[in-house]
Design a protein around this ligand. Structure first.
Ligand SMILES: *Cc1c(COP(=O)(O)O)cnc(C)c1O
Length: 418
C-alpha cells in the first residue's frame, strides 16, 4: 500500500493558493533518503552522490540536496548553468554527457567539473576544444552484450541490453583512451558505467561494482594509470507498483563494500573513492502530481477526466509506465470501481491509468499520482498548448513554498516571432 505524504485537507488548502494540477515534493522524505544513502556508503571515505539533474532540474531541490552533501551530475549546457547558479562548483559537478557540443565541454572545464568521456574519439575532441586534457578525467565503459541478474527471491528480474546502448567505450577502447589521456597529461582516472535502469534489486550495484572494480584493476595494470574514483552512476530503482519490494540501500552499500574488499583492496587500490549519480532513487517517491477529477464519462468504458495530462507527466503515455493513484480522503475506501483516468490531450495515449481499480471517484476529488518526483515535471512539454504546472515544496515544518510557478500563455508565446 502506498500512502501519500499529503492529506485531503492539506491538499485542498494548498489548491486554494495554487490551482491544480501541481507537483509537490516532500522535503523531509528527500532529506531522510539522502541520509540513508550517505550512511550506506559511509565506509568509503571519498563517497559522493552526484544527483542526476535531468531527473528533477529544479533549483530548490538541487540546493536541498547540496545541503545533504550531494553534488550534481549534468549532461547539458543548461544543466551546467543551473548547477553553477545553485552554487555547485568544481569537485561537486560531474559532467556525464554524450554527443557533446564543444561549448559544453568548455563550460564544464571552466566550472572545474569532472568530465566523463563517452567515446574514444572524444579524447582528441576534448584536447582540441580545450587545448589541454584536465588532470582529472573519467571514461564511460560499456561492456556490451546483455546484462542480467538472476531472479530475486520476490521474483523480480533485472535485464538490460548494454550492447544496444549508444553510450560508452568498449573494453579495448578503455585501455586505448586511458593510455592516450595519460600521454596528454591526465593524472587521476575514473571509470563509469550505467548498465540497467530502474532496477528493483539489491544486487544491481554490487554486480555492477564487481564489473567496474575488476576492470579498474586490469586497466591500472595495463596502463599504469592511477584510478582514483569509480562511478556507479544511476539505475537504482523505486517500486512504482505497490506489490514491488523496496530496494534497501543499506544492503546495497554493504554488497558494494564486499566487492570492494574482495577486488580492489587486495590489488592495492583501497584508496578508490566511489560515487553515484542517482536520480530516480533520490526523488521519485518524494514527489506527487496532484490533480482534480473534472469530468466523468460513461461510454464503452468508465472514464475519469482530470486536469493534468501527459504534458505534465509523460511516462505513462510513452512507456506505459505504472504510477499508483490515491484518491485523497478515500484512502481506506474499497477499490471497487474500474476506471481509465485520462487527461485532455488529443492523444489516446493520454491515460494515467487504464482499467485501474479505485474507490468511486466524484467530480472534484483530488487524486495523487505517486512516484513522480523524478522524470516527472522534468519531462513535461507543451503539446496541445497545455502548459507546465507549478512545483511546490512541502517543508519539514509543514509549510508550503512555491519553487517554480506554473507556465502562463505568455511563456508559451515568448519564443514566437509574430
Ligand atoms: C539518467 C542518468 C542518471 C540517473 O538515472 P536514474 O535512473 O534516474 O538513477 C545517471 N547518470 C547518467 C549518465 C544518466 O544519463
Amino acid at each position: 500500500m502506498k500512502t501519500p505524504f499529503l492529506t485531503r485537507e492539506q491538499a485542498e488548502d494548498i489548491a486554494r493558493r495554487y490551482p491544480t494540477p501541481f507537483y509537490i515534493y516532500d522535503e523531509a522524505g528527500i532529506r531522510a533518503n539522502a541520509r540513508r544513502l550517505k550512511a550506506a556508503f559511509a565506509w568509503n571515505p571519498g563517497f559522493k552522490e552526484y544527483f542526476a539533474v535531468k531527473a528533477t532540474p529544479t533549483p530548490a531541490i538541487l540546493k536541498l540536496l547540496k545541503e545533504e552533501g550531494c553534488g550534481v551530475d549534468c549532461s547539458s549546457l543548461v544543466e551546467l548553468m543551473m548547477s553553477d547558479r545553485c552554487g555547485f562548483s568544481g569537485g561537486e559537478i560531474m559532467f556525464s554527457s554524450n554527443e557533446t557540443p564543444a561549448e559544453e565541454f568548455e563550460l564544464a572545464a571552466k566550472l572545474g567539473a569532472t568530465i566523463n568521456l563517452d567515446d574514444l574519439t572524444h579524447v582528441n575532441f576534448l584536447k582540441d576544444t580545450l587545448g589541454y586534457i584536465p588532470k582529472k578525467i573519467s571514461c564511460r565503459y560499456n561492456p556490451g552484450g546483455t546484462f542480467t541478474l538472476g531472479e530475486s527471491k520476490e521474483g523480480f528480474q533485472v535485464m538490460d541490453n548494454p550492447g544496444e546502448a549508444k553510450y560508452g567505450l568498449t573494453r579495448p577502447q578503455m585501455t586505448e583512451a586511458f593510455r592516450r589521456l595519460k600521454e596528454l597529461g591526465a593524472e587521476e582516472f575514473g571509470i563509469h558505467a550505467f548498465l540497467a535502469s530502474n532496477t528493483i534489486s539489491n544486487d544491481y550495484y554490487p554486480a555492477l561494482a564487481r564489473i567496474l572494480f575488476q576492470t579498474a584493476v586490469e586497466l591500472q595494470q595495463e596502463t599504469g594509470c592511477h584510478i582514483t574514483f569509480i562511478n556507479l552512476s544511476g539505475g537504482v530503482g523505486v517500486p512504482y507498483r505497490p506489490e514491488q519490494p523496496e530496494n534497501d540501500i543499506a544492503v546495497i552499500g554493504e554488497g558494494v563494500r564486499k566487492a570492494y574488499e574482495e577486488i580492489l583492496v587486495p590489488a592495492g587500490m583501497g584508496d578508490v573513492s566511489l560515487c553515484t549519480e542517482l536520480g530516480r532513487f533520490m526523488l521519485a517517491p518524494y514527489g506527487h502530481l496532484v490533480t482534480r477529477a473534472v469530468h466523468e464519462k460513461h461510454t464503452y468504458k468508465e472514464y475519469i477526466g482530470v486536469d493534468a495530462c501527459a504534458s505534465n507527466l509523460m511516462r505513462p503515455a510513452i512507456y506505459g509506465a505504472y504510477h499508483h493513484i490515491t484518491v485523497l480522503g478515500k484512502e481506506n475506501a474499497p477499490c471497487d470501481h474500474k476506471y481509465d483516468v485520462v487527461g485532455a490531450l488529443c492523444e489516446n495515449s493520454d491515460k494515467f491509468a487504464i482499467d485501474r481499480m479505485l474507490p468511486k471517484i466524484d467530480i472534484g476529488d483530488l487524486l495523487v499520482i505517486h512516484d513522480t518526483g523524478a522524470h516527472g515535471h522534468a519531462m513535461g512539454y507543451q503539446y496541445n498548448g497545455r502548459l507546465r504546472s507549478a512545483e511546490l515544496l512541502l517543508k519539514e515544518d509543514g509549510s508550503v513554498e512555491l519553487i517554480r510557478r506554473a507556465e502562463t500563455p505568455d511563456d508559451y508565446f515568448a519564443t514566437v516571432v509574430w
